[in-house]
Design a protein around this ligand. Structure first.
Ligand code: 13P
Length: 245
C-alpha cells in the first residue's frame, strides 16, 4: 500500500472523437469517492481536437488537460498543420508531452525536442519529457548512454525545473505488453534521478491493470504515462485503485 503522491497521465495518442469524452463521467464519479484522491494527479492528453471540449468537461474537477506535442516556434508563423505552445495554452492545455518515441521515430531530434521544451515552458505549459531506449539499444547494452544523451541534449540550457516531469518509456515496451524487470526498472529510474536531481520520474510502456501490482512495488516511480489502457475508463480506474491497494 502506498500513500505516495502519484501522477496518472493518459496519452490518448491519435484516438478519440467528441463522443469519447462521455467516458470521462465514469472517472469523475470514481474520483468523488476515492479515498486517496488528494494523493493523485490525473492529466489527460487527448488529440488537439479534443483539448477545448475536454477542459470544459473537466472544469469542476482537478484533472488537468495536456497536449501530445507542439511546434518548436513560440511565435506564430507559416507552418501548415502545426500548432504552437501558445495556441495549446489558449484552449486550456496545462501540459504538453514532448519527445515521445513515436515522434522521435519520425525524425524528431534531441535538438528539436530541446527547442520545443524551451518554447513550451516560455508559454507557461508544463512539460512531460519522454526518454527511452529502443530494443536494439537495450540489446547493445547502451540504455544508460542513450538516456544520458537524451537528457543532456533535450534539457540543454534548461535549469532544473519543477515544470518538467520526466517519463521513462522504453520503446520496446510501448504497446507490446512487455515491461522491464522490476530490478532493472528500479535501477534505471534511480539512474535518471541521480542524473536529474529533484525531477519527478514516471514510467510508461504497457501499463495495465494486470501488471500494475508488480509496477507499484517499484518505489522510486512517481507515476505512470498510460497509452492504450487510458482510453478505457474501467482499466484506467483499475490501475489507479490498485496502485493504492
Ligand atoms: P501503451 O501504454 O499503449 O504501451 O503506450 C505507452 C505510451 O506510449 C504512453 O505515452
Amino acid at each position: 500500500m502506498t500513500n505516495k503522491y502519484m501522477y496518472f497521465i493518459a496519452n490518448w495518442k491519435m484516438f478519440g472523437v467528441l463522443n469519447s469524452l462521455n467516458s470521462l463521467h465514469k472517472v469523475l464519479k470514481f474520483l468523488k469517492t476515492f479515498k486517496n484522491n488528494k494523493s493523485i494527479k490525473l492529466i489527460y492528453c487527448p488529440p488537439n481536437t479534443l483539448i477545448r471540449p475536454m477542459t470544459k468537461k473537466l472544469k469542476k474537477s482537478n484533472i488537468d488537460v495536456g497536449a501530445q506535442n507542439c511546434h518548436e516556434n513560440e511565435a506564430y508563423g507559416a507552418f501548415t498543420g502545426s500548432v504552437n505552445s501558445k495556441m495549446l495554452k489558449s484552449v486550456g492545455a496545462k501540459y504538453v508531452i514532448i519527445g515521445h518515441s513515436e515522434n522521435r521515430q519520425v525524425g524528431e531530434t534531441n535538438k528539436l525536442i530541446n527547442n520545443k521544451i524551451k518554447s513550451a515552458l516560455k508559454s507557461g505549459l508544463k512539460v512531460i519529457f519522454c526518454i527511452g531506449e529502443t530494443l536494439q539499444e537495450k540489446r547493445k547494452r547502451i540504455t544508460k548512454k542513450v538516456l544520458n544523451s537524451q537528457m543532456k541534449l533535450g534539457l540543454n540550457k534548461i535549469k532544473n525545473n519543477k515544470n518538467i516531469l520526466i517519463a521513462y518509456e522504453p520503446v520496446w515496451s510501448i504497446g507490446t505488453g512487455l515491461i522491464p524487470k522490476s530490478e532493472e526498472l528500479y535501477e534505471t529510474i534511480n539512474f535518471i534521478k541521480k542524473r536529474m536531481k529533484n525531477y519527478k520520474v514516471l514510467y510508461g510502456g504497457s501499463v495495465n491493470p494486470k501488471n500494475i501490482n508488480e509496477l507499484k512495488t517499484i518505489t522510486n516511480i512517481d507515476g505512470y504515462l498510460i497509452g492504450g489502457a487510458s482510453q478505457d475508463p474501467k482499466k484506467f480506474i483499475d490501475i489507479i485503485k490498485k496502485t493504492y491497494n
